[in-house]
Design a protein around this ligand. Structure first.
Ligand SMILES: Cc1cc2nc3c(=O)[nH]c(=O)nc-3n(C[C@H](O)[C@H](O)[C@H](O)COP(=O)(O)OP(=O)(O)OC[C@H]3O[C@@H](n4cnc5c(N)ncnc54)[C@H](O)[C@@H]3O)c2cc1C
Length: 466
């Protein structure tokens, strides 16, 4: 990219444009997963929607590969591209909470922790994820499973409207009454349909929660998994549970069941009693805590700069055999920093939404299985990746091909089919309408359906990227 072109972009945006070698460039292209080391030709640190519009128009004019960075937490590293233009939204942190209407309009550079802090000032919150440094935008556009999903649905189920810059450089609003098809598609298709510049959420009253975890020796994993499966079928919407093999600094390898109860705390004590009375936990961390504390409980396990590789699919049956297989891998990951293997329980309001009501189709599965491996040195990559694949392969007979796209490492085209499932074809038609040249393709990519004439019109360079 020539000097004059870069200067043109600089003149048309309010935020800084960073090129290789310039101060801030390396810091901005670096994302938490150290497996990803890409070098964009330029990074635009957008200050608002007008900058995003200018970037999209510039990238189109110069035929540049474009990536969009929200919070940078995609394990597949889709927020950073090589050579092209990285549209960095992480400086766009405006938020306005309307306590009377119980809504929040938030710009898409906010992290979960920043968003929760502002809404909790009014005793309000909505479903987001479980690690506070994650970006609200990538998480919400992909789904957003978190501590309130049983009662209030996934993050995307709480969206009222979105502002989005589409591939032709227009800013559109999508809601139930405006651009309804786009509203449907944006709720579940990641960054496939445009750059979302702000999100409007429905909020709920959320006071202190009863949150924490019980941890057991790893050889108790099998018994615990049986308990977990039977208990999970009976828990109320107010409770969200998950379990994983992990390590604590002073206690070594453990098997943990974590939970968050949102509701009347005395009732929460009763609901959690069967778990806390089961077996002899070596650690019981349950206590009434603020929602903001709950939302950062897992942060110490995920510092930036570790290498991460994830395999994950929904479970079709958590049979006794599946539990045996799962338990055989507990405490065995090569790295003590891994959260693997693990299971998230999906239930309640999130699973009462129809598979085609939003673009996110995974509404009927009770468990999401994850092998979330983290390690510190590149020299350990081969061993950790192989172990992740071995663990996942052993569990494969009990899994379905459906994948939660937000947890997917970069496994090529098959992942997009698995992530969008029965909604893929409808999304491909939308892609055709809003992004026929596949301008937005640094994501789990939905290919536009394209006829021959249109392909010829585009010319060789753009068409070969489809
Ligand atoms: C430590 C950790 C914990 C996690 N915990 C949870 C959890 O509890 N629940 C859960 O559901 N998920 C969780 N996730 C997964 C998380 O939802 C995804 O990684 C998500 O993509 C993160 O969003 P981001 O904005 O930080 O990521 P980014 O990497 O910035 O973006 C992810 C994708 O979305 C696109 N994108 C981002 N912002 C926009 C935008 N404004 N407009 C258009 N496209 C955009 C990007 O281009 C990219 O393709 C976790 C991930 C990590 C690493």
């Amino acid at each position: 990219m020539g000097y004059y072109a870069v200067e043109d972009l600089r003149k048309s945006v309010r935020g800084p444009v960073l090129c290789p070698g310039e101060p801030g460039y390396d810091e901005t292209r670096t994302i938490p997963n150290a497996m990803i080391d890409r070098r964009p030709a330029m990074i635009a640190r957008c200050a608002g929607a007008a900058d995003v519009i200018a970037c999209v128009r510039f990238a189109r004019e110069h035929n540049l590969l474009t990536s969009i960075r929200g919070g940078g937490h995609s394990v597949a590293g889709k927020s950073v591209c090589d050579d092209g233009l990285m549209i960095d939204l992480s400086a766009m942190k405006g938020i306005r909470v309307d306590p009377a209407r119980r809504t929040a309009r938030a710009q898409t550079g906010l992290t979960l922790g920043e968003f929760d802090r502002e809404t909790q000032a009014f005793g309000l919150a909505t479903t987001l994820g479980t690690v506070s440094k994650t970006g609200i935008s990538g998480l919400t556009l992909g789904a957003g499973w978190g501590h309130l999903h049983g009662k209030y649905g996934l993050a995307l189920d709480n969206l009222l409207s979105l502002d989005v810059v589409t591939a032709d450089g227009r800013l559109l609003t999508a809601s139930v009454s405006e651009n309804e098809d786009l509203f449907w598609g944006l709720r579940g298709s990641g960054g496939n349909l445009g750059v979302v510049t702000s999100l409007e959420y429905r909020l709920h009253e959320v006071g202190p929660v009863l949150g924490g975890a019980v941890c057991y020796p790893t050889d108790k994993a099998k018994d615990l998994m049986h308990f977990f499966r039977d208990w999970a079928d009976r828990i109320p919407d107010e409770l969200v549970i998950q379990c994983a093999s992990l390590s604590l600094p002073d206690a070594g390898r453990l098997f943990a069941i974590a939970a968050c109860y949102h509701g009347e705390l005395s009732q929460g004590e009763k609901v959690l009693r069967p778990l806390r009375n089961f077996g002899n936990p070596v650690v019981d961390l349950f206590a009434p805590i603020s929602y903001v504390q709950m939302q950062s409980m897992f942060d110490p396990f995920f510092p930036p700069g570790r290498l991460t590789y994830v395999k994950s699919n929904f479970v079709h049956s958590l049979s006794d055999e599946a539990i045996d297989t799962f338990a055989a891998f507990v405490g065995k990951s090569p790295s003590p920093y891994s959260f693997a293997p693990g299971l998230e329980h999906w239930h309640g309001a999130a699973t009462r939404v129809g598979v085609a009501d939003t673009a996110f189709p995974h509404r009927r599965h009770s468990y999401n299985f994850m092998v979330w491996s983290n390690w510190e040195s590149p020299s350990d990559s081969e061993e950790n990746i192989q172990w992740t694949r071995d663990c996942w392969s052993a569990m494969k007979p009990f899994l379905i091909s459906s994948t939660y796209g937000n947890y997917a490492s970069d496994e090529g085209e098959a992942i997009a089919r698995e992530a969008y499932g029965c909604n893929y074809d409808r999304l491909a038609a939308l892609k055709n309408k809003y992004d026929p040249t596949n301008f937005f393709r640094m994501n789990h990519n939905i290919k536009p359906e394209m006829n021959r004439e249109k392909r010829a019109d585009l010319g060789a360079v753009q068409a070969e990227t489809l």
